[in-house]
Design a binder for this molecule. Structure first.
Ligand code: UFG
Length: 285
């Protein structure tokens, strides 16, 4: 493990000089939607400049296989569900635009030089933890996302979960998302590496389950699977949220030979195992 700032071109070039790298998975970036609205320049600087420097150093070292962490947030909210990779694009916040722009930049590079082999992975809602309970999600400050908020409420760190809106046009009125277990997500990257080794050009894939789960479904599943209460209140809608978002995962199934396997029950059990073993997150160690 080498820790470095990837916008530091010299440091990154030294890393590529030191190791024989033949494929890069680019995960680095800021990822909080609300924060990106408050400090957009930080998001553009971090997410765009890191990608530019990385691609430039890769090119210089003749490394042309790249897997990029993109997001379902690049899809326009005007689409109908499920979202295929052909759905219209368009973002509503700076975080989304940085993913959109990175995708564009990487595609332009691969169009200019035909020997690049690139996979853009559009993640839906990654949740859960490694089943060992050793690797999990420990957000800084108050969690923005649903599942870490649920686990922190269940452990007693937060008083109650706010359910953001119960008047959406969904079965129970709460927002519906496509949650994907982080271990399935990791397997998706393994499949993408194999794909990169066998193909040139750029390909885009959704990494989702194809199933929609509402906020209240998630809360009830968590309580049932783990036998712990999750106190909640109904709160107003959160700005920028949409009612429903889920993937059509068929392309990844056909071309990457990948599909998600873990259930929402697994996600809830694994997230809770990690939180229980690490009540104060990584600070517990
Ligand atoms: N929600 C609550 N209470 C909370 C947190 C979330 O009710 O305390 C609800 C939201 O309103 C939404 C659902 O739970 O209906 C999921 O919300 P998350 O914040 O967990 O996830 P989002 O779907 O808003 O966003 C996620 C990622 C983004 C990414 C986006 C892509 O966090 O980085 O998916 O669609 F851009």
């Amino acid at each position: 493990l080498v820790e470095l700032e990837i916008r530091d071109r010299a440091a990154l070039a030294t890393l590529f000089d030191t190791y024989a790298i033949d494929c890069v998975i680019h995960f680095a970036g800021l990822k909080a939607v609300g924060e990106s609205v408050a400090i957009p320049l930080s998001y553009y600087d971090n997410n765009l400049r890191s990608t530019m420097v990385l691609c430039d150093v890769m090119k210089e070292h003749d490394v042309k296989r790249l897997i990029f962490s993109s997001s379902a947030t690049v899809y326009s909210s005007a689409n109908t569900m499920p979202l295929t990779e052909e759905a219209a694009l368009g973002c509503t916040n700076p975080y989304g635009w940085t993913k959109f722009m990175c995708e564009q930049m990487i595609q332009d590079i691969a169009r200019a030089e035909k020997d690049w082999s690139v996979v853009l992975l559009r993640y839906f809602n990654p949740v859960g933890a490694h089943e060992s309970g050793q690797i999990g999600e420990d957000p800084t400050g108050i969690p923005n996302n649903l599942v870490p908020y649920i686990t922190q409420t269940a452990i007693g760190k937060r008083k109650e979960l706010s359910v953001y809106g119960n008047d959406y046009d969904t079965e129970d009125g709460t927002g519906v998302r496509d949650y994907i277990h982080v271990q399935d997500l990791a397997q998706g990257h393994v499949a993408a590496i194999q794909y990169c080794q066998e193909h040139e050009g750029v390909e885009v894939f959704n990494l989702g389950s194809g199933r929609g789960t509402s906020v209240l479904d998630m809360v009830k599943t968590f309580e049932r699977v783990n036998g712990v209460p999750v106190p909640y209140v109904i709160a107003p809608r959160r700005a920028g949220d949409i009612a429903v978002c889920y993937a059509d995962p068929d392309k990844a199934k056909r071309l990457l030979h990948w599909q998600s396997e873990k259930t929402v029950d697994n996600m809830c059990a694994d997230a809770w195992r990690w939180q229980r073993k690490n009540p104060r997150g990584y600070e517990s160690k």
